[in-house]
Design a protein. Sequence first.
Length: 140
Amino acid sequence: MAQNTSPVFPLVPEIAWVNTGAVTANTTTNLTAGKIFDSGFTADATNGTRFNIIRVRALGTNVATVMRVWINNGSATGTAANNTLFFERTLAATTVSQVAELPDVILPINVSLPAGYKIYYTFGTAVAAGYGIQVVGGDY
């Protein structure tokens, strides 16, 4: 069986971000309904994309919630078979301050996605201030 013996590195760096603002809870288990946030990051149409990290930063005072990260095959999110829950992470409650930082949450995802695939986010509870979310990776 033939195999690639040379390392493959992304050719074009990519960074995408979204500021969610106030978040409505989405308790669906298959991404087919509710408030869905598009990461702004679609895998390269020809060779796919490597996703390295997702960085999450509270934009102010929020209650605790769970952030769910979904992979979609590039088709409609309304069809459950097009989506898979990749992982979820609890985000602690935050209180905005002018003398103390709000911590970043770094989520190492380290996954290569086929051409046209997308990453989406949902949140388990409603939060007031929302989150700034960045995705860092590169196109092959």
